[in-house]
Design a protein. Structure first.
Length: 236
């Protein structure tokens, strides 16, 4: 499989708009399904009423929540994944970010990346996992990209893009979730060529396509440096 997008050319320089907001920690989960003639990724189209990225096709994800740090899990992050996520941070946040990716995916699609687990106390959405006899499977996560929204945007995120095999899900068919996404589908790389994707999502699709074809590759850190997009490759 060849990379379907020209990743470097796709990241266009953006003008500075004058506002310097601090990026919020966020996490995204890319689920890969391999039970067909070619790999498929789970994507959803954001509802048209959203102020942010309305009608764009994205991977499930969102901001980290306090409960993501404390909720019980069936497994913990692989050491190499934890080291990559925490790299350059003043305090370890890897576990919370991994949990956020799993929680957001469940909230938006109804899909559980989880393993059987004994009952334990939990709050909020995490109670729904444990009531089903499962808990998050953090060991299924690999980090494939990190991207920081450029300065000057009305919303800024320091987003980590995790990837996991769909075999780690408790079921393969999504439901409507919290209706943040008005359409959810398993799509091949070829299916995504003509979709309305955010620039960074299109770049990450290219990264995933290359990983699926050629195996592990250095993690890209995408951010603005002196007014231009920079792609720095981080070795694990």
């Amino acid at each position: 499989m060849t990379e379907p997008f020209d990743s470097a050319a796709d990241l266009k320089d953006a003008p500075y708009a004058g506002t310097r907001l601090r990026p919020k920690d966020a996490a995204t989960l890319i689920l890969v399904r391999r039970d067909g003639p070619e790999p498929r990724l789970l994507m959803g189209r954001r509802a048209s009423g959203h102020v942010f990225m309305a009608s764009k096709w994205v991977f499930p994800g969102g901001r980290i929540a306090r409960s993501d740090y404390r909720a019980p899990a069936a497994t913990e992050l692989k050491p190499e994944t934890q080291a990559l996520v925490d790299r350059g941070l003043k305090s370890p946040r890897a576990r919370g970010l991994g949990m956020a990716a799993i929680r957001e995916t469940f909230e938006e699609t109804g899909l559980l990346l989880a393993r059987p687990s004994p009952p334990r106390p939990a709050l909020g959405v995490w109670r729904q996992f444990l009531e089903r006899g499962v808990a998050p499977d953090l060991a299924a996560l690999d980090l494939v990209a990190r991207a920081i929204t450029p300065p000057g945007r009305t919303r800024r995120f320091d987003a980590r893009f995790f990837m996991a095999d769909a075999e780690a899900l408790t079921a393969l068919e999504p439901d409507s979730g919290d209706r943040e996404l008005d359409e959810i589908a398993w799509l091949s790389i070829a299916d995504m060529r003509d979709l309305d994707l955010p620039q960074i999502t299109r770049f990450v699709v290219g990264e995933v396509a290359d990983r699926l074809a050629n195996g592990r590759r250095p993690l890209p850190l995408v951010r603005m440096v002196r007014g231009k997009h920079s792609i720095e490759r981080l070795e694990s």
